[in-house]
Design a protein around this ligand. Structure first.
Ligand code: PEP
Ligand code: MN
Length: 470
């Protein structure tokens, strides 16, 4: 039996990956300041996402969840934000075109700062120092590893300014399907990939001209997919934000009670607690203990949530977790983000699908082919092999279809970031650009997990889009 939930009830449970601050009073001062600051997102935006995720669950839309492993305060620039949004838009355009389905876009953006770590300390040179836990906790500089509460406040403001710019970009025509070249092709070097993308944009331009000519051009995406026919959340296309809900003190300070919109059925209740720091939050693979603080916090918020599901998740444990976070089996509430690794997916996914089907829990299944496939290159850089990523993704699609299930989306770590000379990052091996181990060091910019670059991401987009082609 669960006790009463409140935004702080997680405090009575053990929190994995907890950060210990040397000055608790300083932390309390910062948290009480954050709790007076305005929400980043609204209850109606969160409800809208839940509604659209319901469509993904019914196979009427596809979910793209993507962005950096971790954002950094220094990377909060015009160029990086627009490159990231541009890549998400290009990727989703390829999917919409191939699968003829609306795409729900959720960025790992505007708050994805905190990182779980497998060890509390790490070796830098010959020193053993506290591990880097993300810009909202401590610094990458090995001399700046003491957790500083001011970084939480800075994370709030960096998230706000990122989201402000994303909203501004999307309401200023940046996402317009009439000008996809503005946000994409300049990055693509591979002639074959360029040609494939140009075929889509030309086809699209013809389709838009045709609909304008016959007078059915609303200038917007399909309205049947929208709730209440209102304006899109962030302008011309919908776009939502997400991060791992790791730092519960921070999440609590942005958890606010609001009336539930009249159009929404929330078991007869008129108010709910919304985490207003992002539209969507997920529980990481290291913090999903059934009796732990994170699961306790997540069960009480109204936002749609993700749960990372790795090879150590037991079948019964998965259903128990769903029973806790979604006792009323509400649609659009839970997305299971599977991340077993290419070599382990065969042993786990079918069993997980089977037990969830038997439990009657409605879920969205999405594939994260990144986190089970990380390796260290001979030069010591953390990397991932494009072929292994594709292998997990194709196994995932196949296992779902042989088990009367369907893959509802993908969760990727990618970046459209370019260096000063306009080159993509070199963090993952392979892809159509055939990135080799010797080339990894050229423009390796991630301070966390290796990300697919622009070309490698489009390779994945074409693969998925071809699979779902109608
Ligand atoms: C992540 O998504 O960056 C992450 C740390 O994932 P996981 O919890 O699946 O390891
Ligand atoms: Mn990661």
């Amino acid at each position: 039996m669960h006790t009463t939930w409140s935004p702080s009830s997680w405090k009575s449970k053990p929190a994995a990956q907890a950060v210990s601050y040397p000055d608790q009073q300083h932390l309390s001062r910062v948290l009480s300041k954050i709790s007076t600051l305005p929400p980043l997102v609204t209850a109606s935006e969160i409800e809208r996402l839940r509604y659209q995720l319901g469509a993904v669950e019914r196979n009427e839309a596809f979910l793209l969840h993507a962005g950096d492993c971790a954002e950094s305060f220094d990377a909060c620039t015009n160029e990086n934000i627009s490159a990231k949004i541009g890549l998400i838009l290009s990727f989703s355009l390829i999917l919409i075109w191939g699968a003829r389905l609306p795409v729900v876009r959720i960025g790992r953006i505007a708050g994805q700062y905190a990182k779980p770590r497998s060890s509390g300390t790490e070796k830098i040179g010959d020193r053993e120092v506290t591990s880097f836990r993300g810009d909202n906790i401590n610094g990458l500089d090995p001399n700046d590893r003491t957790p500083d509460p001011e970084r939480l406040l800075s994370a709030y403001f960096h998230s706000t300014t990122t989201l402000n710019y994303v909203r501004a970009l999307l309401t200023s025509g940046f996402a317009s399907l009439r000008h996809p070249r503005d946000w994409s092709l300049s990055h693509v070097r591979s002639p074959a990939l360029r040609a494939e993308f140009e075929t889509i944009t030309e086809g699209l331009s013809d389709a838009l001209d045709f609909s304008r000519t016959i007078g059915v051009d609303s200038g917007r995406e399909s309205t049947s997919f929208e709730q209440g026919g209102g304006r899109s959340v962030l302008g011309e296309v919908d776009f939502y934000t997400s991060h791992e809900g790791l730092m519960l003190d921070y999440e609590q300070s942005l958890t606010r009670q609001f009336p539930v919109p009249a159009s929404v059925n929330h078991g007869g209740k008129t108010t709910a607690f919304y985490n207003t720091s992002a539209h969507f939050l997920w529980i990481g693979d290291r913090t999903r203990q059934l009796d732990g603080a994170h699961v306790e916090y997540f069960r009480g918020i109204r936002n749609p949530i993700g749960i990372k599901v790795g090879p150590t998740m037991g079948n019964e444990e998965l259903v128990q977790l769903l029973d806790i976070v979604n006792p009323d089996k509400e649609s659009g509430r839970v997305t299971l983000i599977t991340r077993y690794g290419a070599g382990k997916i065969e042993a786990h996914l079918a069993g997980h699908i089977d037990i969830v089907q038997k439990s009657g829990h409605p879920v969205i299944w999405i594939c994260d082919p990144m986190h089970g496939n990380t390796l260290t290159s001979s030069s010591g850089l953390k990397t991932r092999n494009f072929g292994t990523i594709i292998s997990e993704l194709t196994s995932c699609i196949r296992i779902h279809s042989t088990n009367e299930s369907r893959l509802g989306g993908v969760s990727l770590e990618f970046t459209g970031e370019l260096n000063d000379e306009g080159f993509s990052v070199t963090e993952c091996l392979g892809g159509s650009m055939e990135l080799s181990e010797e080339q990894l060091g050229l423009r390796y910019q991630s301070f966390c997990d290796p990300r697919l670059n622009f070309e490698q991401s489009l390779d994945v987009a074409f693969l998925v889009s071809n699979h779902f082609r109608k």
